[in-house]
Design a protein around this ligand. Structure first.
Ligand code: FMN
Length: 360
């Protein structure tokens, strides 16, 4: 039925649609809805404590027996750089004064800790059928433990070099993340954002370079995008931004409104929110301090200094300092429950495929 069955067979799912893991924006309700609908629901664990990740996984396993994906960041922990912290704080001083935020305010932050033994224990306990990573892969021992659990291992590549590297390390499938994608760039062999590749160019080149199935990600938000991904040789798609408008997404009304209003040319790659390049809807903070700043401390340290500004401005009903992660196709997204969205995307793709074949 699908032009390429490799990924759905690999994971034992019905539909070649992965709901992208979205740290801070989607939890068990979204995962269960998508997996029950036949796609692959993903739990992003990067912003969860071990205890909260356990709770979410327990809740998911209670509510569905379908395959699920657990996702983790695996960046290098940041080096301490006091001087850089001071410069960054200095850059934000004027905002602290303007918003009348006490300079000693600090807001507890999630550690955004890379995947470790404790999270690996959770994987062994809950046995997600798929485990995916962002920013490369964890160290070999952790990877071996996951492999032994029987989970299929995925990670994001933003270039052919990264895709080949991931395949060499034993990934079972590769997510080709194009420049259009919302959220953090998964890039790990380069820091040069200016050479990042769009989905249309990246997917077929990765397909040519590796033997494992390739999943297309970035800017895909409707059946036309999914069909195009298959035409480029992908075996599935990973969709993030389009799922953010589902009621299951745990985002603020401000964020929801921004997604509804965002035009094609109103996102940018920026490092000012966390210290790592990520695509977000333009707002005051990106315009005035970014989009890329040499002053931003290493990931994820930039976020802590910003947090009090964000909290104060959100209280006043403004998203001026909020990271509104979004891909370039927010405009194509629809407000639908996640299960309905998954089923509709699949049905419309198959319908378009038939129409194309008839025309041919
Ligand atoms: C709000 C948001 C949060 C994200 N968080 C993660 C994450 O925690 N882990 C991950 O692997 N990818 C994350 N991503 C990137 C997605 O996996 C995927 O590459 C991207 O959403 C695809 O582009 P699209 O948003 O245009 O569909 C995130 C994306 C968004 C929009």
């Amino acid at each position: 039925m699908w032009p390429n069955n490799r990924f759905i067979k690999l994971c034992g799912i019905e539909l070649p649609i992965i709901q992208a893991p979205m740290a801070g924006s989607a939890l068990s309700d979204m995962v269960v809805a998508v997996s029950q609908a036949g796609g692959l629901g993903s739990l992003a664990c990067a912003l969860l404590s071990v205890e909260n990740a356990r709770k979410e996984l327990e809740s998911i396993r209670r509510r569905t027996s379908r395959p699920i994906n657990a996702n983790f960041f695996c960046h290098q922990p940041p080096r301490e750089d006091h001087a850089r912290e001071i410069n960054w704080r200095g850059r934000l001083d004027a905002y602290y004064i303007q918003l009348q935020v006490d300079s000693n305010t600090s807001i507890p932050q999630s550690a955004r800790a890379p995947f470790d033994e404790e999270m690996c224990d959770l994987v062994m306990k809950f046995h997600p059928e798929v485990v995916s990573f962002h920013f490369g892969l964890p160290d070999k021992n952790l990877l071996l433990r996951i492999r032994k659990s029987g989970a299929k291992i995925l990670s994001s590549a933003t270039s052919v070099d990264e895709a080949r590297w991931l395949e060499d390390q034993g990934c079972d499938a590769i997510i080709a993340q194009g420049f259009e994608a919302g959220g953090h760039r998964g890039m790990f062999l380069t820091e040069d954002v200016s050479t990042q590749v769009g989905t249309m160019a990246l997917v077929p080149q990765v397909v040519d370079a590796v033997k494992v199935p390739v999943i297309a990600a970035g800017g895909i938000a409707d059946a036309r995008g999914i069909l195009a991904a298959f035409a480029l040789g992908a075996a599935a798609v990973q969709i993030g931004t389009a799922y953010l408008r589902c009621p299951e997404a745990q985002i603020s009304p401000l964020y929801r409104q921004a997604l509804k209003d965002a035009k094609d040319n109103e996102t940018a790659i920026t490092n000012v929110f966390t210290g790592r390049p990520a695509r977000a809807i333009l707002n005051r903070f990106i315009r005035e301090v970014g989009p890329m700043s040499d002053l931003a401390p290493e990931f994820p340290l930039a976020a802590a200094t910003l947090a009090p500004l964000r909290a104060k401005s959100e209280l006043a009903g403004s998203a001026d300092f909020t990271s509104l992660w979004s891909g370039q196709s927010a405009r194509l997204s629809r407000e639908l429950p996640a299960a309905d969205l998954t089923k509709q995307l699949a049905a419309e793709t198959l319908k378009n495929l038939t129409l194309l074949q008839t025309k041919a």
